[in-house]
Design a protein around this ligand. Structure first.
Ligand code: FE2
Length: 164
């Protein structure tokens, strides 16, 4: 870690950098994945889903930049290299032959929700470490991921489906 004038304990910075780095890797993987879905979806809802999947790219890029720059702010070195993503992402590898819109929607909803769980636990961990700003940043990320799950699940809903 670099030294900094920030009034945060070294331990808090170290904890937050590790939490943010793990989220950065999975968010980069998810960003690659939504483009993969954008390119490979086929079927009667092609145009709608092709556009839906692409609509996640810009907000994911925004989150990625915020996360990476928070790591740098805290004195860390953000690692967004392709080899690091491949070596350490927690998200399941995307199947190259995924075609149908339904299959893409499920695969993406699973991944957004998985990352959402990671981010939710990271918010609590950053808070406990005493870094409210990182917790706040991740809270915004979490809100975006949750909303994206809603968008994807709404497309999976069928007319007349029951409320739990
Ligand atoms: Fe495109």
């Amino acid at each position: 870690m670099y030294t900094t004038r920030l009034g945060l304990a070294d331990n808090a910075r170290k904890t937050s950098i590790a939490l943010l780095q793990a989220v950065l890797i999975d968010t980069l993987e998810l960003r690659l994945t939504v483009k993969q879905a954008h390119w490979t979806v086929r079927g009667p809802r092609f145009q709608q889903l092709h556009e839906l999947f692409d609509s996640f790219v810009a907000p994911l890029d925004q989150e990625i930049d915020e996360i990476a720059e928070r790591i740098a702010t805290l004195g860390g070195i953000p690692d967004g290299r392709s080899g690091s993503i491949a070596a350490s992402t927690h998200l399941q590898a995307y199947e190259l032959d995924t075609r149908a819109g339904h299959a893409h929607l499920i695969a993406l909803a699973d991944r957004f929700a998985t990352l959402g769980d990671t981010v939710r636990s990271s918010i609590d961990a950053a808070d406990q470490a005493g870094d409210a700003d990182t917790a706040d940043l991740l809270t915004a990320t979490s809100r975006f991921l949750d909303k994206s799950v809603w968008f994807l699940e709404a497309h999976l809903s069928v007319e007349g489906d029951e409320l739990e």
